[in-house]
Each structure stands twice: as C-alpha cells, then as structure tokens.
Write a protein that binds this ligand. Structure first.
Ligand code: NAD
Length: 372
C-alpha cells in the first residue's frame, strides 16, 4: 500500500446504489434518472488520461446523463487504447497542442481537466475560450489569483466552471449537512479534519513544486479545508498554521510534508486540521456541536464512507462518487440544477484563498485574517 489511492482502490466497491440520495427526494431521483431518450446528455472530453482520469472514465460508463465522447492526451498509445475501449472516434481525440480545435466539435459540451495542478489554469482558460464548459479537478489552480482568472475567463465565454468536489454528493456527508441545517446538532463548536497518506515515488509530479504548486496541502489537505467549510457551514475568518518536515530530501523547498492548521469561524467554532504526506490511515472528520456530534471515517476516500452521529450509525448506501458527481454535473450544466453544496469556481476559489492564507501563516508564523 504505497499510496492512499492504492489503499482506497481496495476499499472501493464497484456497486452503484442510488437507493438513497439525500437532497433530491424520491421524485427528484425519478426526474433525474429519467428513462426518456429525449433527456439531454452531457458529452464530456477527459483531458489527462492518468490514474484519476481512468477512474472517472470507468465511473462514467454507468452514467445516464453524462457520456465520454472525447479525449485529450499527449500520449498517442493512450489515445489508441482509450479509443478502442470507449469507442471514441478519431475526430474527438486531441493532444495538448491542438485541443483549442475542440471549439469546432459539436460532439463535446464540456472538458474535464484531470492533469497535474499547475496545468489547470492555462488549460481551463483555453477550454473556456473554445466555448466549452470547464470541469476541473481539485485544487482548481495553484493560488487564488489563478482561480480568479479562470472564473473570469469562464464568465466571459459564458460557460460553466465546476470543480471535482465529489464529496459534495456523498450520501453520508449530505446527511450530516442536513442534520446541521435542520438544527439537529445545535450550535457547531468544533471540527477536526485529518487528511493524509504516505506518499511513495519521490519522482512523481505531486512532489514537484512546479507541477503540484506545493505539497500535501494542495493534494490532500484541501479536503480538510473544504470539509471544514461544509461541515461547519460557515466561511472561516482567520487561519493559523505550522509546518513540520521530517524528510527535507524528499519534501524539497516549497513542497510541504505536514501542515497543521486551525480555522476560526464567525459563529465561534474552531477547526483543527492536519494535512500530511507521511501518515497512512488518516482520513477522518469529526464535528462537535452543542446537541450532538458527527463523525466520518473514512471521510473523503472513494468509499465506502463510514460514519456515525450521536443518533447512531449512518446507513446511507455507498455510491460510486464519480458516477454520481458526473450525473449531478450534467444536471447543473444542462438544467441549471443547484447542488446542496456548491461546486462552482467560486467554491474552488474560497479553498484557494484559505490555502494561500495557510501558506502565508506558515511563512510568517502569524494569524492571517480571511475575507471570503
Ligand atoms: P496522474 O499522474 O495519474 O495523471 C496525470 C495525467 O496528466 C497523466 O496522464 C499525465 O500523462 C498527464 N500530464 C499531462 N501533462 C503532464 C505534465 N506536464 N506532467 C505530468 N503529467 C502530465 O495524476 P492523477 O492522480 O490522475 O491526478 C490528476 C489531477 O486529478 C490532480 O489535479 C489531482 O489533484 C486530481 N485528483 C483528484 C482526485 C479526486 O478524488 N477528486 C483523485 C486523484 C487525483
């Protein structure tokens, strides 16, 4: 088990269960998964045919409202394999030099960017300029300035910008959010987010500052940043942070190994979080509130997510996150559906502003005020 992803892959059940899907209710599910052939389908090109791109493509095979119709890759052999596997015509295959030509392709509505972090900004702007909707993996960009530019490019091109926040559609997560919103937990007092895995191969792009934009915080710590916001249900107003490094050879300058950070919320709640590339089995959210508590462990892996609250075990069924995410994104893009927790560019930008502040707090050793 060299990586969190290996670990999670073993845990992931391939079953897709839509029996329970909070927030949509049974009538919503019927509409959403309508059998009608007339329902529009979101035709998606995946950019970056790496490990997560492969997972998304597989999960999309079970989608009714989203379909893989194109690919963008720098590796001809991968293009050939994917063409054969997913029946993708040559006209819908692009490389990183010529994908601007996608603007003339009526068979692609959206491009899902699943490349190393540093490439997202430029690629998203090019996709927007080609007039296609942008779906971008987390972190949306390397910093808030880049994120803002992506939002502006998408606004200008009149296309949607969505971020791959798959946990925003996860049933147990949504149940806790429902309980909080309905007041069942009372006033929120404290959140703990522990996110990490032990990273392997030192030559991978995740440990290259130019491509990753940082270290564990950009890759896995972002789940605690984002989770703190949707679990507490407020935007933080300050951050403090400390970094520790046990292996400066592997985690070079600008690549964080472990960061502990704290967030303060306007209602008085605080969050205490850990982001690391040095510990396995670290995937836990805990929410403490005046009338109860909620716990998820694992909390952000591919599932099954496990959880309990002061009322007992959470029993919502496991879903394949990427399948549900793509179905929901189709609804958002094609029908203007509003997700329970936003997944738009503004949502991605808030996380980037917090991460910028975390890095600043690490550097200065000072508390940094936030205005999101
Ligand atoms: P990966 O290394 O497996 O795949 C990256 C792909 O990008 C490869 O196919 C590679 O060939 C291609 N690529 C294009 N230009 C490149 C360049 N200059 N250098 C290196 N590779 C280049 O990585 P991954 O795990 O698939 O991650 C890709 C993105 O997806 C990252 O932003 C990551 O944070 C995100 N991700 C999200 C989740 C999630 O659960 N939402 C999970 C894993 C990864």
């Amino acid at each position: 088990m060299n990586s969190r992803r290996d670990f999670l892959q073993k845990l992931t059940a391939s079953v897709i269960a839509f029996n329970f899907f909070p927030g949509y209710g049974s009538s919503g599910i019927k509409n959403f998964y309508s059998e009608s052939n007339e329902d529009p389908v979101l035709r998606v090109a995946i950019m970056g045919l790496g490990s997560y791109g492969t997972r998304v493509a597989e999960a999309m095979q079970s989608c009714k409202r989203a379909r893989l119709t194109g690919i963008i890759s720098g590796t001809p052999a991968k293009i050939k394999n994917w063409q054969d596997k997913y029946n993708i015509p040559a006209n819908n295959c692009y490389n990183y030099d010529n994908f601007d030509g996608i603007k003339d392709n009526p068979e692609i509505d959206a491009v899902y960017i699943i490349t190393p972090n540093a490439l997202h900004h430029n690629q998203a702007i090019r996709v927007a300029r080609a007039g296609k909707h942008v779906i971008c993996e987390k972190p949306m960009a390397l910093n808030a300035r880049e994120g803002q530019e992506m939002i502006e490019a998408c606004k200008k091109a009149n296309v949607k910008l969505l971020v791959g926040y798959r946990m925003h559609f996860e049933p147990k997560t949504l149940e806790i959010i429902r309980m909080r919103k309905d007041g069942e937990l009372g006033k929120i007092l404290f959140f703990q987010g522990l996110c990490g895995f032990r990273i392997g191969d030192p030559s991978q792009w995740r440990l290259n500052r130019q491509l990753a934009g940082g270290g564990s915080m950009m890759d896995i710590g972002i789940y605690a940043v984002n989770g703190a916001r949707y679990m507490v249900g407020e935007e933080p107003v300050w951050v403090t942070a400390e970094e520790t490094k046990t292996n400066p050879e592997k985690f070079k300058e600008g690549v964080d190994e472990t960061i502990q950070f704290q967030l303060g919320f306007p209602g008085g709640a605080v969050a205490s979080c850990l982001s690391t590339y040095t510990m396995n089995n670290l995937d836990r959210f805990f929410l403490n509130a005046e009338k109860g508590f909620a716990e998820l462990q694992p909390s952000t892996g591919y599932g099954p997510i496990k959880g309990r609250t002061n009322k007992g075990e959470l029993n919502q069924q496991h879903v394949t996150h990427q399948t549900v995410q793509m179905e929901e994104m189709a609804g958002i893009i094609l029908e203007g559906k509003q997700p329970i927790v936003p997944i738009d560019g503004e949502e991605g930008l808030k996380d980037l502003k917090i991460i910028d502040a975390i890095y600043l707090a690490v550097k200065t050793g000072k508390k940094v005020d936030l205005k999101l």
